[in-house]
Ligand binder design. Structure first.
Ligand code: ADP
Length: 432
């Protein structure tokens, strides 16, 4: 899915969320100089000061636009061409990923007019954190040679992915697995949060519950219904049948929980499990997605093995709680992913706080040289909303866990971007 400044309303909300506002119209004024603090005002306001230049970032949530404007006071001797401008920007480095703007493909369009230089920044994910800092860096890079013209920066996004599901007919840019060494650590809650979080940022997301031994996604999302099989006609006239996922708050969700009776225990033999997962992926109408999140069963490797054989996953998120005994299981999960050639995107520490402690997973991530994706506090808000089938609402109102969840989701999205750009794909799995 491609988003732009005129895209979905979700982008607005997130832009404000990231910057700590809940809505309304605001102008952020960042003065260039030693201090780069952002001050917030309601209503329109510009700042003119004794400083050499003023950056004005205008956020207009109701119009879903984010614009950065910079009026340099210095004039260059020669006007720059579009190519000169691109040359100046290509070597800027994004601090979040340590990659150049050129490598990230951040600079989309460059347009110069007599009074403005217009830069269209194209982000590799709508969950890109701190996008205003890109406008800041562009403003600084061009300030000395803009010839008095103002610098306008607009943002759009198009999710970057390896699209490895193509070989089984999926049109999904990134498939992300969420796993844990054992049950009860909040894996399904985290999987649902990653899905709703990415959706909140504006991405097109699906959620597949592959925790066939204890499917809890229907409960957490509040999704109900029985998936139906539909006939679909392909452009070449061929008719095929596809399973239709359930719609949960605008997100496609599929779970074995929709197909079995409540309280029914299901015993899976390996080949049956393999067949079910293949159907859930290959014979399901997921449509075009930016991200598909898969909630894995805890511990075991059989589902992961099947996934790894079917498609190249963007990576796995490992969820664990901070206490020592839980960390041991997380290490086993990481080693399992290594064995089935699924790259580990990083570790999430869930339920951190007074009861289970804090920081254990972060220390373990550092020790294992894996990215730490964030900590989610132990908080009754999560348990209550999970029980009510309202995980989506964690992203809709102000609550104590929302900033933690947003940051975790952004870290997941950025790790995927980093992997697509830097890391070679994992070797394909040898089947014994
Ligand atoms: P798993 O998938 O690892 O078995 P779940 O996601 O089903 O775990 O979560 C188990 C229970 O813990 C659920 O009742 C859920 O609401 C609760 N829970 C998960 N994370 C948190 C948290 N950070 N704070 C409070 N309760 C949580």
């Amino acid at each position: 899915m491609v988003g732009n400044v005129h895209g979905s309303a979700a982008n607005d909300a997130n832009h404000c969320d990231l910057l700590g506002r809940s809505g309304g119209l605001g102008v952020a004024v960042a003065r260039r100089g030693r201090s780069r603090s952002h001050r917030w005002r309601t209503g329109w306001r510009t700042a003119r000061s004794e400083l050499s230049a003023t950056l004005v970032i205008v956020l207009a949530p109701s119009y879903n636009s984010a614009r950065f404007s910079f009026t340099p006071s210095l004039a260059s001797k020669e006007a720059m061409t579009d190519a000169d401008i691109r040359a100046k920007l290509r070597s800027l480095i994004d601090p979040e990923l340590g990659l150049t703007y050129d490598r990230l493909g951040l600079i989309g369009s460059v347009q110069t007019t007599s009074d403005a230089i217009k830069i269209g920044v194209q982000l590799p994910t709508p969950a890109y954190p701190g996008r205003e800092r890109i406008g800041d860096a562009i403003g600084s890079a061009l300030s000395g040679s803009a010839d008095g013209r103002k610098i306008d920066v607009t943002y759009s996004w198009s999710v970057l992915g390896r699209e490895t599901g193509g070989k089984i007919g999926l049109r999904i840019k990134n498939v992300i697995a969420v796993g844990s060494g054992k049950g009860g650590v909040g894996k399904s809650t985290t999987a649902a949060s990653v899905a709703y979080g990415l959706k909140h940022f504006g991405a097109k997301v699906g959620l597949l519950d592959a925790d066939v031994y204890g499917p809890s996604i229907p409960l957490l999302t509040g999704a109900k219904g029985t998936p139906v099989v539909r006939d679909i006609e392909l452009p070449n006239g061929q008719k095929i049948q596809r399973l239709e996922p359930i719609d949960a708050d605008g997100m496609k969700v599929l779970s074995i929980g929709f197909l079995i009776r409540d309280n029914q225990a299901v015993i899976w033999r390996g080949p049956m499990l393999h067949k079910l997962l293949t159907q859930f992926l290959q014979e399901t109408d997921w449509g075009e997605l930016d991200y598909l999140i898969i909630d894995l069963p805890p511990g075991t490797g059989d589902v992961s093995l099947t996934l790894s054989q079917l498609l190249g996953l963007a990576g796995a998120v490992v969820v664990c709680t901070p206490q020592k005994v839980a960390l041991l299981d997380a290490i086993k999960a990481i080693s399992m992913f290594d064995q089935v050639k699924i790259p580990v995107l990083g570790i999430v520490e869930n339920m951190s706080g007074d009861i289970f402690g804090r920081g254990g997973a972060k220390a373990k991530a550092e020790e294992l040289r894996l990215p730490f994706l964030g900590e989610i506090p132990i908080d009754a808000t999560i348990r209550v909303r999970g029980d009510d089938g309202q995980i989506a609402s964690l992203f809709e109102d102000d609550n104590p866990v929302k900033p933690h969840l947003l940051r975790m989701v952004q870290n997941v999205a950025m790790q995927i971007t980093r992997r697509v750009l830097i890391d070679a794909p994992m070797p394909s799995l040898e089947i014994l």
